[in-house]
Design a protein around this ligand. Sequence first.
Ligand SMILES: C[S@@+](CC[C@H](N)C(=O)[O-])C[C@H]1O[C@@H](n2cnc3c(N)ncnc32)[C@H](O)[C@@H]1O
Length: 208
Amino acid sequence: MFNTTAWNRLRYSLYAPLYDAVAERAFRRARHRSLDQVTWQPGMRVLLVGAGTGLDLPWLPRDVEIHATDLSPAMVRRIERRAEALGMDVQAAEMDGEALAFPGEHFDVVVMHLIVAVMPDPAQGLAEARRVLRGDGQLCVMDKFQADDRPASAARRALNALTSAIATDITRQARPLLEGASFTIEQDTPVMMGTLFRALLARPTRPR
Ligand SMILES: C[S@@+](CC[C@H](N)C(=O)[O-])C[C@H]1O[C@@H](n2cnc3c(N)ncnc32)[C@H](O)[C@@H]1O
């Protein structure tokens, strides 16, 4: 499979100058609806994983503490520029979402927009999100997913060999991934292209 961390760092550094032209308008409504599912409170500590050029920033409350991370240095530079242009105080850092350099239970909200279907090992990425989230924290995911109730067809899996190398995986299932990482899904809203793109709000599963 042609989906590795090194390849993603390289290709997203190449995509960075074009990213806004492709993704800004196309995902505006979906990312707004996704972030709208979060219950925001002043002073919350928020982590954006795979934050790209920072297209989520305009939709975030101004009275929260924002940490934005991405694998690609070119993306991190763009986040910093966007934050400055918006007059927002954002801590931006180059970081692999599968190995977050933050202590456990550090964040109130973790946002993963268009990254769960991109990272090579989404189970590891979600395990890291779970680790750094407080017990009552919120995970905010927006991405394209295969339906939870049936596996991807052979044709979709064949097409995935191409899409996962140049863009994104199209065979991942949200519910097994999130529940496998000990999250309980509270909201699951189709936000784009029928049910292909979904916005999910989840919390760490409480121990019984
Ligand atoms: C499709 S873009 C999404 C960007 C942004 N979240 C958005 O909603 O526009 C995927 C981003 O994830 C980053 N990325 C890919 N693999 C990653 C990883 N393992 N850890 C952190 N970021 C990663 C890429 O550099 C890219 O900026």
